[in-house]
Design a protein around this ligand. Structure first.
Ligand SMILES: [Zn+2]
Length: 241
């Protein structure tokens, strides 16, 4: 095995994985929108798996209330930009992955100007303005979009790849009103983040399509799992492309 891949030997040994999946991960770029309780553990697992480049987007500085779930953020980082703190945590863990950061809201970005261009977008945002911006960008550029969401002890995961699958706006023709300061336990956010990382890594490396156009609804307490095959919504924005 190539020396540079030695740290990944245990996953290369997985059935269906192998050196080819590792090479694909190494040449992949992922945009992780939101590196809080959900996206933070996800980003770390992407780096652990050997994804080549990560672009982390998150607004604002670290506050005391973030620390029950944003496990990439150290206590002595209070008052510092969360995107930078997440990058530092990932860099301490692995020098293999190149990490870029943007401190701000997704909706304020020129997503077309992103370098490198993402092979996959992961949406871990807690507000619908940012989700809408990512959803429109995914439709327009035909970039796969992994949607993750959670509320209380429930979570959702779906991989959208319009026009091959329905898009975000097939799923949500309109967005509900929303209080972004909902209650959240770090362990549950981490559970959904790690599931998202598993979906991302298996898709990018092995072409696995377990959640491809299929909405996974996972309630952790009490445990309940459902899968729903999504349908394209007539007249949706994704059908104008
Ligand atoms: Zn659509």
């Amino acid at each position: 095995m190539e020396e540079s891949y030695r740290r990944f030997a245990r996953q290369i040994a997985l059935p269906g994985f192998g050196i080819e999946a590792q090479r694909k991960l190494a040449s992949s770029s992922v945009l992780v929108a939101g590196v809080g309780g959900l996206g933070g553990p996800l980003a770390l697992e992407l780096a652990a798996a050997g994804v080549g480049e990560l672009t982390l987007v998150h607004e604002g500085d670290l506050t005391l209330e973030d620390l029950n779930r944003q496990v990439l953020m150290p206590e002595d980082g209070l008052g510092r930009p969360r995107a930078e703190l997440a990058k530092e945590a990932i860099r301490r863990f692995s020098k293999t992955t190149r990490v870029h950061t943007i401190s701000g809201f997704v909706r304020d970005l020129d997503l077309d100007a992103l370098q490198p261009k993402p092979d996959l977008i992961v949406d871990c945002r807690h507000n619908f303005e940012d989700r809408e911006a990512l959803g429109l960008f995914a439709v327009r550029t035909q970039t796969p979009l992994l949607e993750l969401a959670m509320y209380a002890f429930e979570g959702q995961v779906v991989l959208l790849d319009p026009p091959r699958t329905p898009c975000l706006f097939c799923l949500f023709p309109s967005f509900p009103s929303w209080n972004p300061r909902f209650g959240v336990l770090g362990a549950h956010a981490g559970l959904m983040g790690c599931l998202g990382a598993l979906v991302a890594v298996s898709f990018l490396g092995m072409g696995v399509k377990e959640y491809y156009g299929i909405l996974g609804l996972i309630r952790a307490l009490p445990l309940e799992v459902k899968k729903i095959k999504l349908k394209k919504r007539p007249g949706c924005v994704c059908q104008a492309c």
